[in-house]
Design a binder for this molecule. Structure first.
Ligand SMILES: C[S@@+](CC[C@H](N)C(=O)[O-])C[C@H]1O[C@@H](n2cnc3c(N)ncnc32)[C@H](O)[C@@H]1O
Length: 225
């Protein structure tokens, strides 16, 4: 292969974690507290092996903490109690971040793609995140083996689809905490019939992380009290 042919590949990695202004920042360390070393280990693995293995785009590395790690961590105040199930974990967002933050809780990562389940298993082990179980399958295929007190999901599907696929996994008092964008109120409106079918009520919450960063949007779906 000529030099001309190899050059674009060499340019494909456009950023390193050192380019991320939040990498190692005091306010990030303070935000995560005791669990920071595990979260940092995962961020570093994602920026390196995660890019090489195609789990995350190279351009994401320079903004990994704000757009991915902290965005995932924003769901932490909405996790209630009991077993957490992250549907469509992909690279481990928010599942592995959440698992690192709540070491006393069981976290099940549901993901259909074998390449991604292998990554999730290896990444959890490499980062010392030992409260994780990885289940390969689509949410709608794992109803016999997974029961959730809280379901999380990020960038997987619209709320109506997520509820159709995942609500049958919920325990009696189970709830969902979905990381969503600005379209959350419209998505909730479109999901009203399926929410009624599964006896769930939706609410939209701003979930801040660090001062100066735009809050994440969390959609909470709960059983009426
Ligand atoms: C765009 S990726 C997002 C991954 C990760 N949550 C994130 O925020 O980076 C969507 C993921 O959902 C998974 N997925 C798609 N349909 C699914 C389903 N029915 N049940 C569980 N996972 C699903 C895909 O395999 C993929 O890994």
């Amino acid at each position: 292969m000529s030099d001309e042919q190899t050059e674009p590949e060499a340019e494909a990695v456009v950023a390193t974690l050192a380019d991320d202004p939040l990498h190692g920042a005091a306010e990030v360390r303070e935000f995560f507290g005791d669990v920071y070393p595990r979260v940092e280990a995962f961020a570093s693995l994602l920026a390196d092996q995660g890019v090489l293995r195609g789990l995350i785009g190279p351009r994401e590395v320079g903004r990994l903490w704000e757009r991915h790690i902290l965005n995932s961590a924003a769901v932490a105040p909405f996790l209630g109690t009991g077993t957490i199930v992250d549907v469509g974990s992909g690279a481990g967002l928010p599942g592995l971040v959440v698992a690192a933050m709540v070491p006393g809780r069981q976290v099940v990562l549901v993901e259909p793609m074998e390449r991604r389940t292998a990554w999730l298993f290896e990444a959890a082990e490499a980062c010392g995140i030992d409260n994780v179980t990885v289940v390969r399958g689509r949410a709608e295929e794992v109803r016999d083996v997974v029961e959730a007190d809280v379901i999380t999901a990020r960038a997987v599907a619209s709320i109506d689809k997520l509820v159709k696929w995942s609500a049958p996994l919920l325990s009696d008092k189970g709830e969902m905490a979905l990381l969503k964008g600005r379209s959350a109120p419209d998505e909730l409106e479109r999901a009203k019939y399926v929410l009624r079918k599964f006896n769930l009520m939706g609410s939209v919450h701003a979930a801040p992380t660090l001062a100066g960063l735009e809050p994440t949007t969390v959609v909470r779906l709960q059983r009426p009290s």
